[in-house]
Design a protein around this ligand. Structure first.
Ligand code: AMP
Length: 326
C-alpha cells in the first residue's frame, strides 16, 4: 500500500547566504515524496506544465515514486521564488506564480483511491479537502500542512480542512498565526481543539515539538555547521515522519517519537545542499548514520543517583506567609 501526497511540483528560484539557484526542482510534493521514498512506496498527485523537464520526472521515478498522478497541463509549472537572509528559519517569498495551478482540480484515479496514508501538503485548503473526499475510504492516517498565505486568504476553509486531519504538521509562526495564540503549547492546544489528534510544530533550527492530548515530545534540530538551503526542510521532515509511520503497524506514542526523529534526520540531510542536491542522492547507510548521531545527541536516561538530583532543602517563605506569621 502506498503513501499518497497531494501538493506542488515546482521550479524554485532560491537565494540563501550560500548562493543563488534558479529553476531548481522543488515543490512540497517533490520534497515529501523523495524523503518518504527512502521508507515506503509513494505516489504524487499534482500538476506540471509543458516546460517540465523529462529529467526531473525521471529523478522522481528513479526513487520508485509513482508519478502517474502528475497531470501534464498546457502552460508553465508552478514557480516560487524565495530568499533566506541570515535567519535561515524564515523564508521570504519574493514571487509565487501559480501558473498551471490556476483552475487545476486534482483527479484521483482508481490507482490512487485507496492509499494507506495521505499527506495533504501545503496548498489550497479547498483542494486539500476535495482530494481527501475523492478517496474511496479514509486512509489509516491523514496528515496535512499549510502556510501563512492560506491562513490569510482562506482561514475558514483551512479550519474546515484541519478538522478532517489526524495530524497537522505546521511551522511555529503559522501555528501562532492560525490560532492567534502566544507560545507553541497554547497554539497546539487550540489546534487539538480544531479536531486533530496530534499537532507537530516545526521550529526550524530549534527543532520540532509534538503535542497530543496525553503526549508531548520535543526534538532539537541536528546542529549543523553549514546550512546551505533550508527549502524543503519542512516537507522532507513530513516525508520521513509519515514514511516511518507507514512502516509500523500502529502509531503509538513511541512510534510517533521515532517518526519525529526520522523526519528530523531526513530534514537535516536536505538542508546540506541546494534543492534536492543532497536529499535525492542519499542511501540507507547515510540516513542510518545520521539517525544514530541524532540518537546520541538526544540520549538521556535521567539522573543515575537513587536520590535523583540530590537537591538541598532551602527553607524560604513567600512574603505573604512571612507577613501572616508576624
Ligand atoms: P518547505 O518545506 O516549507 O521549505 O517548502 C518548500 C516548497 O514549498 C518549495 O519548494 C516551494 O515550491 C513550495 N511552495 C512555496 N509556496 C507555496 C504555495 N503557496 N503553495 C504550495 N507550495 C508552495
Amino acid at each position: 500500500m502506498t503513501v499518497l501526497v497531494f501538493g506542488t511540483v515546482a521550479y524554485d528560484d532560491v537565494e540563501t547566504p550560500s548562493g543563488v539557484r534558479t529553476r531548481q526542482l522543488g515543490g512540497s510534493a517533490s520534497y515529501f515524496a523523495v524523503a518518504a521514498s527512502y521508507f515506503h512506496d509513494v505516489a504524487i498527485v499534482s500538476v506540471v506544465g509543458d516546460d517540465f523537464e523529462g529529467s526531473d520526472l525521471q529523478l522522481l521515478s528513479d526513487h520508485g515514486i509513482d508519478t502517474s498522478g502528475i497531470e501534464h497541463a498546457e502552460g508553465k509549472t508552478f514557480h516560487w521564488a524565495g530568499r533566506y537572509a541570515e535567519d535561515l528559519n524564515t523564508a521570504h517569498t519574493i514571487q509565487t506564480d501559480l501558473n498551471v495551478l490556476v483552475g487545476y482540480e486534482p483527479s484521483i484515479g482508481d490507482l490512487h483511491a485507496r492509499p494507506e496514508m495521505i499527506f495533504l501538503a501545503n496548498g489550497d485548503p479547498g483542494l486539500q479537502l476535495l482530494t481527501l473526499r475523492s478517496l474511496d475510504a479514509r486512509p489509516r492516517l491523514v496528515a496535512g500542512d499549510t502556510m501563512n498565505h492560506w491562513i490569510a486568504e482562506n482561514r475558514d476553509q483551512l479550519v474546515n480542512t484541519i478538522a478532517n486531519l489526524d495530524i497537522a504538521i505546521i511551522n511555529e509562526s503559522e501555528a501562532l498565526m492560525l490560532t492567534g495564540e502566544r507560545g507553541i503549547a497554547r497554539a497546539a492546544r487550540a489546534m487539538l481543539g480544531m479536531g486533530i489528534e496530534y499537532a507537530v510544530i516545526k521550529r526550524g533550527e530549534y527543532g520540532v515539538a509534538l503535542f497530543g492530548v496525553d503526549l508531548q515530545f520535543a526534538a532539537p534540530a541536528f546542529p549543523l555547521i553549514d546550512v546551505i538551503d533550508p527549502t524543503g526542510a519542512g516537507d522532507s521532515f513530513a516525508g520521513g515522519f509519515i514514511g516511518h509511520l507507514a512502516n509500523v503497524e500502529t502509531y503509538d506514542d513511541d512510534e510517533l517519537r521515532n517518526a519525529v526523529m526520522a523526519g528530523s534526520t531526513i530534514a537535516s540531510l536536505t538542508v546540506q545542499d541546494f534543492g534536492l542536491g543532497n536529499l535525492a542522492y542519499l542511501d540507507a547507510k547515510r540516513i542510518q548514520e545520521r539517525f544514530n548521531q541524532f540518537a546520541e545527541l538526544t540520549r538521556y536516561r535521567g539522573h543515575s543517583h537513587p536520590d535523583g538530583l540530590r537537591l538541598r532543602n532551602v527553607s524560604t517563605r513567600s512574603p505573604e506567609l512571612a507577613a501572616a506569621s508576624r
